[in-house]
Write a protein of this length. Sequence first.
Length: 130
Amino acid sequence: MDRTRSINAELSALPAGSPLFDDLNRQYDRLRARAQLLLKALRIIYAALGGFAASALISLIGAVVAYTGSQLAFWIAGAIALAVGICAVSALTGCTLMVRETRLALLSITEEEALARKRYQARSQSAGPI
């Protein structure tokens, strides 16, 4: 969030169309994509955690029902627990979104480093020899 604010401040001070403006705008777009990936991944991962908890609870209910002797209720609870558990495991695709976000973060870091080198070279050329 801090990087987004700093890029936003830098963008507002630059004229549109300058090379630095385009570089920062591309970083800003990538930061927005990263934030959306993180939010989606967290939603999916939390749903998976809730699914695991629900599956465990339904399994416990099924065990209690089996103890009391109701076969139909036992099979229904088992089927529901299995279905919820399978959904919870498939919801762990949120982890792949986290990997995509990490790749975007590394790309941003690489671009920021290149941008810092450009700025340093521009300053050193304008300052001249010491």
